[in-house]
Write a protein that binds this ligand. Sequence first.
Ligand code: CP3
Length: 344
Amino acid sequence: MSSAGAHRLLLRTIRCEDTGRRPLWIMRQAGRYLPEYRALREQHSFKALAGDAELATEVTLMPIRRFALDAAIVFADIMSPLPALGVEFDFDPGPVVANPLRDRRAIEALATPAPQDVAPEVIKALALTRRALPEHVALLGFCGAPWTLAAYLVEGRGVKEFPTLRRFAAAEPELLDRLLTRLSDLMAQYLLMQAKAGADAIQIFDSWAGLLSLADWNRLIRPHLQSLLVRAGEAGIPRILFLQNAPHLVEAYAALPAEVLAVDWRVDLPAFRQRHPQRAVQGNLDPAVLLAGPETTRSATRALLSSIHRRGHIVNLGHGILPQTPIASVEALIETVHAETAGS
Ligand code: CP3
């Protein structure tokens, strides 16, 4: 499925080939820091934009038209496949679930969709984007990790430290297991459809990975993430596994089957690389650095580049770009990545 794009810089780096320079993309690169995105948002809600394949394609292409990025990530949300289960939610600005799932009845009532009924607008947007994308730019699909999706479904919305979710995990481990099984089955179907639609690689976002202890993570969560990754691997395209705010779990995630481990800025990437010299990595500039302006961004980017060998390193932020980020800082990041290898 991916062979047509095998020469793309991002994919060559994932294979740890010796490339001329490192690839760069930015988590949440199609979003509110872009004036053209904000202008479009004045006419359409986020849900309307993400729900329409043509509009979503336009937004996916916005950062590619403006910047020399090496990958486009389809404009959707981690919640996009959940209507196929019968779940209703809105955005304010993050996901708000109308009826959080907290008992057996609610979990047993989830629908079992056919693969073609899981976020068909996202699958169509991937195909449309691939047609419009410059040949050398890789196309990324994505999904939320089962645990991060469960976090919104059980808690109802993003709140600090997710106490209702953690209560549920402690009180109802069997129901949590049932929910995570349903979510990993759905995500496996969804990623397979994304690969068929032309995604060169997929990223699994485990933004709320770090809420539980290592022991509880191993017992309750790891089997489901492992099973999703194995099935995604069967789609034949590389897997980027992102964990956020979970320094105590980095080694546990490194043991899972994914070609690339993507980490946030809290993680010591050079030290990780020393322990895992064969593993491709992605990251991990602090998104807040870009708020300090282009000069600070330039020096922080140089420091990142010199701290880690370029082979197998995808440059990215450690979490999503912040809405108040100056465009000049994004330009400084990109110029610095391009300049590094001009001579080497
Ligand atoms: O990266 C991209 O440019 C592709 C699009 C993308 C969105 N959401 C669009 C979006 C991706 C990859 C996501 C993933 C996502 N969504 C995650 C994982 C990554 C992360 O940031 O941890 C999570 C946890 C969500 C849930 C979510 N959706 C939140 C917390 C929010 C609101 C606040 C925010 O961070 O923007 C959303 C809404 C959302 N998803 C917006 C966008 C562009 C903002 C909507 C708007 O008001 O225009």
